[in-house]
Design a protein around this ligand. Structure first.
Ligand code: SF4
Ligand code: SF4
Length: 390
């Protein structure tokens, strides 16, 4: 494997997923669409079904979504809904069921419209992180999801099936954690964008796991480049960068940054913790892992701030950039605390970027990021002229 072939297999990620689902369908396996990291894929896999992430990352489907949805809605919701209207996402067209997670209000209400034409199951997410009854309610919600999958697909989900699915998901999380940890090196062997591209919209495809292992074997044994790395180490937080919506990361890395850690749902957040397979009641174990997932739809969401603090230290980030998709109120409001954390506790520069899927504000984002990196360099006295290859 050569360095420039690392992401080769994953460059065809959508084609790989297409083939996988096509074969699964031939074998009679159902497809279940999901749109949030709170949904335990383990339960869907235990039902013999294929969980597919349906989050839309394309600007092209937004205008038709705006015929039904308000213009001032998060682009991720509009893009996903646009695919539904256009019937242009094969995975959504294949879906025998869509799990509608009650996370933010926009997504919740969009699902109502989608549910007029597609089979939908509402998974109610409780939002009070410190409330024991909320965890109890969430556990009951997962039991109801299991019962719904059993009823709809005429299967029996027993402990053995949940265990097998959970072990597979834990394995995938472990491999992805190790990949992410490569970025802790002084001279990481990947860019943030390359790491982001090592992903799939379907979890636990056996070939994906083999590829993760191969890449790890190559990169973990690779000699670290002894030359200094003058790129500004960035921790990226906030809303997810779903497939097709990676523009902000590309700008960061094109203008002198290196995203060493993406603390969001398309980064390390979902893989930092495994499910405890020693727990007798595996639904309870699943509920506990997913209940602790620190998303801004939760209140309070203090564990996110502890996580950001630890990750900034572990990955030696020199600044924090927060991406907030336009009209994402929960991340937008919560950015108050992230900024405060960076300025008052971590003592590093913070920048919030609010944008959508349109490239119209790229020049404005570039100048703000350049200004941020100037500040960081001024603080750390990094000499830009020392950039390798320049
Ligand atoms: S950011 Fe929150 S709502 Fe969005 S996928 Fe992640 S957990 Fe779900
Ligand atoms: S980015 Fe924010 S508004 Fe958009 S779907 Fe996620 S939580 Fe909802």
């Amino acid at each position: 494997m050569k360095q420039n072939h690392i992401t080769g297999y994953f460059e065809k990620m959508l084609d790989n997923c297409y083939d996988y689902v096509e074969n699964a369908k031939k074998e009679g396996r159902p497809v279940v669409g999901i749109m949030c990291e709170y949904t335990p894929r383990e339960l869907i896999m235990a039902a013999g079904a294929v969980p597919v992430c349906l989050c839309g990352g394309s600007a092209d489907t937004i205008s038709c979504a705006e015929r039904d949805l308000p213009n001032n809605l998060c682009p991720l919701i509009k893009s996903t809904y646009g695919y539904h209207v256009e019937k242009s996402n094969p995975f959504l067209e294949w879906a025998d069921l869509v799990v509608a997670e009650t996370t933010c209000d926009g997504k919740k209400k969009m699902f109502e419209l989608m549910g007029e034409k597609r089979p939908l199951y509402i998974l109610e997410l409780t939002q009070k992180t410190n409330d024991r009854e909320a965890l109890g309610h969430w556990t009951a919600e997962l039991r109801k999801l299991k019962a719904e999958l059993e009823r709809r697909f005429s299967v029996r989900i027993n402990r053995e099936k949940i265990l097998r699915a959970t072990e597979a998901m834990n394995r995938e999380r472990f491999l992805k954690r190790r990949l992410a940890e490569l970025m802790k090196k002084d001279n990481p062997p990947l860019t943030g964008r390359q790491l982001l591209d090592l992903k799939s919209i379907i979890s636990c495809i056996p070939e994906d796991l083999r590829q993760y292992e191969k890449i790890l074997e190559f990169l973990e044994n690779k000699q670290e480049d002894p030359r200094g790395d003058a790129r500004v180490r960035v921790l990226l937080t906030g809303t997810p960068l779903v497939h097709g919506a990676e523009r902000v990361m590309d700008i960061i890395e094109k203008y002198g940054g290196l995203v060493v850690c993406a603390e969001n749902c398309t980064g390390v957040k979902p893989v930092l913790e495994d499910v405890d397979i020693k727990e007798k009641d595996l639904i309870k174990a699943l509920a506990e892992k997913y209940f602790r997932h620190p998303c801004s739809v939760m209140t309070p969401n203090d564990s996110r701030f502890g996580q950001i603090s630890s990750l900034v230290g572990e990955y030696k980030a020199r600044c924090v950039i927060e991406l907030v998709w336009q009209t994402c109120l929960t991340y937008d409001v919560e950015s108050f605390y992230v900024k405060k954390l960076c300025r008052e506790k971590l003592g590093i520069p913070y920048l919030k970027i609010q944008t959508d899927y349109s490239p119209s504000d790229t020049a404005r984002i570039v100048s703000r990021i350049e200004a941020l990196f100037e500040t960081v360099r001024a603080r750390t006295s990094i000499n830009l002229l020392a950039l390798p290859g320049e």
